[in-house]
Design a protein around this ligand. Sequence first.
Ligand SMILES: NC(=O)c1ccc[n+]([C@@H]2O[C@H](COP(=O)([O-])OP(=O)(O)OC[C@H]3O[C@@H](n4cnc5c(N)ncnc54)[C@H](O)[C@@H]3O)[C@@H](O)[C@H]2O)c1
Length: 340
Amino acid sequence: MTRVEDGTPHHSSTAAHRLSEGGPLPSTAMRVLVSGSSGFVGSHLVRWLLQHGHEVTGFDLAEPRRPLPEDIPPGAWRDIRGSILDEDLVERVMHEVRPEVVFHLAAQVSVSVSMREPRLDIETNVLGTVAMARHAAAAGARRFVNTSSGGAMFGEAPVVPTPDGTLPAPQSFYGASKAAAEIYLQLIQHETGMSFASVRPSNIYGPWQDPHGEAGVVAIFARRMLRGDEVTVFAPGTDTRDYVYVSDVVDAMVRAAMAETGELCVVGTGIETSTMDLFRAMARETGYEIEPVIGPPRPGDIPRSALDARKAEAVWGWTPQVDLTEGLRRTIEAFREELE
Ligand SMILES: NC(=O)c1ccc[n+]([C@@H]2O[C@H](COP(=O)([O-])OP(=O)(O)OC[C@H]3O[C@@H](n4cnc5c(N)ncnc54)[C@H](O)[C@@H]3O)[C@@H](O)[C@H]2O)c1
C-alpha cells in the first residue's frame, strides 16, 4: 500500500495510481462525504481526496479555511454549509449524496470549551456523530471513518506511549465525548451493518492550523515567533506531547477508509516532546532569540502523553513519515508565507 505523501496540493498521480493497486483498495474513485471539511485536518484531507480523483462533498458550518485549487474537475467537489446537529439536513444530504465513505471530522474541538460548555461538547461530539452515522448507514455508506482523540481519551495513562486497548480515562468532557462516540458507533455498526473505523490521533500540527484547536501550540508559537512577539510556555514546560504531522493523519484516515475491516487505532509517533523542547526547536527554525515567558501551570494539563501506534501499523500498514524537524520546517514555512 502506498502512503499519503502530503495533504497539501501536488500534481503527481503516482500515489493515486499505486493506491489502486492490489489489496483491499478500490480501483475506482470513491464518492465520499467529509464533515468538518473547512477545518484544519478536513481541508488537508479534502485536497488529498480531490487530487486522487475522488468525488467529494464537504459539509461544515463554516466557510472553507483555504480556497481550493482552481484545477478541480467539474462535478468533483460540492460544498454544503450546515450543522451536523440539523438532523433533517443531515438526512437530506446523506440521501442526496449517497456517500460510500463518510469521513467524520466535524467536532467541538476545544478541551477548555468542553469544560465550560459540556452540553455543546456532548451535543456536537456525541449527538452529532450519532446523527451522521445513522443517516450515513441509512443512505448505504460502506464505511464511517470517525475522528477520535488518542491524546484526550486516555488521560494520565498507566503506560506511555499508550497503546490501543488501554481503558479510556478522560480528564475532560472533550475526551469523554470522543470516547462515548466510539461506543455509540459500535452500537450503530451492530444495528445497521455499516462498518466504522476510528482514527485516534495524538496532537496534530501542520500548515493552516488554527491556534485555538486541541494542539494549537505549534500554530501559536509559529505565529508569535515569526512576528517577534512574546511566547508563553506554561509551567513547568516539561509536559510532553506526541506531535504528529497532518499529512500522516490524512494518510491514516485514507487507510482506515480503504481497509477490509473497520478498526480503531491510535495514530501518533510514540515520541514525547516537552513544550520547552518544542519551543527551542521552533526558535531555532524561526531564528527567534527571545526567552519564553513562563506562565502559571494550566489546571488539567497532563504531565505526559504519547501514543503507541503499533496496531495502526499492523492493520493499516501505517507509520509516521514526517518527523518533527521536517514537519516544523514545513509548518513554519507555510506560516511565514501566510504572514507575508
Ligand atoms: N487538531 C488536533 O490536534 C486533533 C487531535 C485529535 C483529534 N482531533 C479531531 O480531528 C477532527 C478535526 O480537528 P481539526 O483540528 O481539524 O479542528 P477544526 O476546528 O479545524 O475543524 C473542525 C471543523 O468542524 C466544524 N464544525 C464544528 N461544529 C460543527 C457542526 N455542528 N456542524 C458542522 N460542522 C461543524 C468547524 O466549523 C470546523 O471547520 C476533530 O474531530 C478533532 O476532535 C484533532
